[in-house]
Every structure is written in C-alpha cells, then in structure tokens.
Ligand binder design. Structure first.
Ligand code: ASP
Length: 325
C-alpha cells in the first residue's frame, strides 16, 4: 500500500494484521463452520478499500494471522513490540490493528497499559468474514483509519473503533455473539462516534493508575487464572490450581469473577483465603461487568487479569493485602 512518491502531506500510519473474522473467508465446505478466521492478509483487506489511500500513506505488517480465541502471550509481546517500534518513528502518526472480536478487549487493554506515546493505537474487527456480502470489515477499517489520522485522537491511548463507535480500551466489551453492533462500553458509554469523516468525541478516557508497564518478554508472563463464582462453587478448582506442583509456569494469581458486587460462596472464599496464604494474589471482579469503587474499579474479569498479569510480570505486586476484609 505504501507509495512514497505520492502526496507527502498525508499522514503516515501503519496497519498491523493479526487475523480474526475480519480476515476470514467462507469455507464452502458444508461439513465445516461457515468460515475460517484469520486467512486473508492485511494487504488483501486494504486492497478492497480504495478510499484509504486518500486519507493516509499506509504501511502494513502481518504480525499474526489467527482466530483471536487463540490469542496468546507470545503474540501479545510481539504485537506490543511492533506497535512500540512503529510509533517510535517520527514519521508514523498512528497505529491501526485489525483483530478478531473474541479477545479484542483484552488485547486493547493490554496495549493501553504498555502504551507510552500520545499517538493513537486504534483496534478494529468485524462480525462478518471478508467474503460475506454484508461484510462489516471494510467500513470498520476505513473508520479506524479515519479516527487514527484525526488530531483529536492524540492522547486517547488504545481505542476500539467498531460499527461507527469509538470505545476506550478500559471500557469496551463484546456483548453480542451475532449482532454487527456487538460491542458496548456499558454504563460509561463510548468515547464518541465516527460518521463519515467527522469524529465526535463526547468524553476522554479514564487515566490508568500506574501505567505504563514494561512489555513482558514472551517467556516472562506469569500464570493468572480466572475462576467463576456460581451456585455450589465450593473452591475445589482453586485448591486444585494452587496445590498442583506440575503447573508450568506455577500459579501466581487468581481473578475471581464474583457474583453481583463481587461476592463469592463462603466455601470458595475459604479456598481463596487459603490461596492467599500460599502466596497467590487474589483480585475480585464481578461476572456481571465492571465493579464500582475500590482498586479494581471499572474492570471486568478479563481486563483485571490483564492488569494483574502485567503487575506480576513487572514485580509491582506491592499491594500485599488480602482481598477479604
Ligand atoms: N473467532 C473470531 C476471532 O475472534 C471472531 C471474530 O473475529 O468476530 O478471531
């Protein structure tokens, strides 16, 4: 896509491909699910959107090509390093990332926490594969680039642009398995909207306490698991995780997706207190969504896990306090 001989007044941005349904194609095989995610390359996706070249000079890089349900720490490390590499270059104004919807919010929040410049990082995705008649990927990619080149996007950190909405990484979550308008920012609402070439921002993202973190080397990510509170949750899973000497890497932390306002079954609570005594860090979220108040304010369980992973990886687990008063 890069054509340096053309108009040098256009901003330069980089689009990093990681896969997802946005890069998916129909299988054409009745014995298979309707499509396979992470097939097309980011260059292929951009070829189909001629309007992009009027907005920016675009560099591309294929960082991965996977279904984002399979996202892992080595891809996260590589992706964050590539984002940092590109954004350190004075001529690059912003970074756009095409991604799957399933773990989009986790990758976005991870990138938010390691982000060190005021240049925007804009993630986008799609609910329909690239070969669908009603594919939403091209519009979402175009909108993502439109946001990325706007001066108002400076300082927003990592945002997700989907279905005409701009969501803060901290707030966004996937809330539908099938609707094109699949993402919400809950009670906080999106940061704004992109409508044609017009970006309207309604608010600024919340400041992240303690960020930015260092990008952990691929082999330095600790093990943090999420356990769910539910009727009959007796803590067996917690005890199995903590007492298992074969776990590699060993368990360092637990995030509990509690009921309601972060409550847990009394037997689960006893197991969690025992886990803390064994040196495992325990943080409480809610299976309903972001909790109000407290150190974990505003993070759902998967994002609280991302924060805990980075705190443990950077040895910033200084809180040393029980989550159970
Ligand atoms: N499984 C796909 C992914 O997350 C779903 C999507 O992109 O919509 O990669």
């Amino acid at each position: 896509m890069d054509n340096p001989s053309k108009d040098s007044a256009r901003p330069q941005i980089v689009v990093l491909g990681t896969g997802g349904t946005i890069a998916g194609t129909a299988t054409g095989d009745p014995s298979q699910p309707g499509y396979i995610a992470g097939v097309l390359r980011v260059d292929d996706l951009l070829q189909g959107i001629p309007a992009l070249s009027r907005l920016a000079r675009i560099h591309t890089e294929q960082v991965a090509n996977l279904d984002s349900k399979d996202m892992d720490f080595s891809v996260w490390t590589h992706l964050a390093e590539r984002v940092a590499h590109w954004l350190a270059q004075p001529h690059i104004a912003a970074c756009v990332i095409s991604h799957g919807t399933d773990t989009l919010e986790e990758t976005a929040y991870f990138l938010q926490l390691v982000h060190r410049t005021n240049k925007p990082v804009v993630l986008t995705a799609a609910m329909r594969p690239a070969t669908a008649l009603d594919a939403d990927g091209p519009q979402n990619l175009l909108d993502a680039v439109r946001v990325a080149v706007k001066p108002q996007a400076l300082g927003l950190g990592a945002v997700c642009v989907l279905h005409g909405r701009v969501h803060a990484a901290r707030d966004v979550t996937k809330a539908s398995t099938h609707r094109m308008d699949a993402f919400t920012s809950g009670e906080r609402g999106p940061l704004g909207e992109i409508d044609g070439d017009s970006l309207r921002l309604w608010r600024q993202p919340a400041t992240e306490p303690g960020a930015p973190f260092a990008i952990p080397p691929a082999e330095a990510w600790p093990r943090v698991e999420i356990v769910l509170n539910h009727a009959g949750a007796d803590g067996t899973l917690v005890r199995c995780l903590v007492a298992n000497p074969a776990l590699q890497p060993p368990l360092r932390g637990l995030v509990v997706a509690g009921t309601g306002g972060g409550t847990v079954h009394q037997r689960m609570q006893a197991a969690l207190q025992w886990a803390e005594q064994q040196g495992v860090r325990v943080d409480i979220a809610s299976r309903i969504g972001p909790l109000r108040g407290g150190a974990e304010d505003g993070l759902n369980a998967v994002k609280l896990r991302v924060r805990q992973l980075l705190e443990l990886a950077s040895h910033e687990d200084t809180q040393g306090r029980s989550r159970f008063p």
